[in-house]
Design a protein around this ligand. Structure first.
Ligand code: E4P
Length: 220
């Protein structure tokens, strides 16, 4: 499976890439805006951290297909191994079909339903990003949406894969992986929550205390 960090914070990626076995970094316009740097400045810095094996994702800003395609071409020409995120609208589908013909790898984003995700896959997007928590926040069922999309892709578009996104808890991410998703992207706080269980530190404290009581030091 592929695990991505959903952030454009250079400091966070530097810190977490050392710990987590990440396949790369995903961004969106809000994430880039929060970094305070232009996409053209921050992506090279992220690329340096994730290295030649790492994949970066960046989103187009235009609302029309011609603009999306032009931006995707520019991103693709500038950065190695970059996947272009295209919002799955009617215009987005036109852009995804065009980019597929040009050999530019895309991710269909802003996906709120399994039907919408399936259309992006059939248009030629390699990755499809359903927004788990945002679907939940609308009163829907984000995990069920992912389960349905995963089954639909397995049946009808096996060259595409779900890259589940928009998480607020590790539980949501695990449920997507249990549904068969091959890729997820985690905000840094959720990635850290996967590791930071208070009971782990208490368990290690107890080991240290027992050892110290027996041997008077902490040497192996
Ligand atoms: C990924 O494609 C999305 O841009 C991102 O995960 C959305 O996350 P959010 O709902 O936490 O903003």
């Amino acid at each position: 499976m592929e695990l991505y960090l959903d952030t454009a914070s250079v400091a966070d990626v530097e810190r977490l890439a050392r710990i987590f076995p990440i396949a790369g970094v995903t961004t969106n316009p809000s994430i880039i805006a929060a970094s305070g740097e232009s996409v053209w400045d921050v992506l090279p810095r992220l690329q340096k951290i994730v290295g030649p094996e790492g994949t970066l994702f960046a989103q187009t800003m235009s609302r029309d297909a011609a603009g999306m395609v032009a931006e995707a071409r520019r991103l693709n020409a500038t950065f190695q191994d970059l996947v272009v995120k295209i919002p799955v609208t009617a215009e987005g589908l036109v852009a995804i079909k065009t980019l597929k013909k040009e050999g530019i790898t895309t991710l269909g984003t802003a996906v709120y339903s399994a039907a919408q995700g399936l259309l992006a896959a059939l248009a030629g997007a390699k990755y499809i990003a359903p927004y788990v928590n945002r679907v939940d926040a609308q009163g829907g069922d984000g995990i069920r949406t992912v389960q349905e999309l995963q089954s639909l892709l397995e049946l009808h578009a096996p060259e595409s894969m779900v890259l589940a996104a928009s998480f607020k808890t590790p539980r949501q991410a695990l449920d997507c992986l249990l549904a068969g998703c091959e890729a997820i992207t985690l905000p840094t706080d959720v990635a850290q929550q996967m590791l930071n269980t208070p009971a782990v530190e208490s368990a290690i404290d107890k080991f240290e205390q027992d050892w110290k009581n027996a041997f008077g030091n902490l040497n192996l």
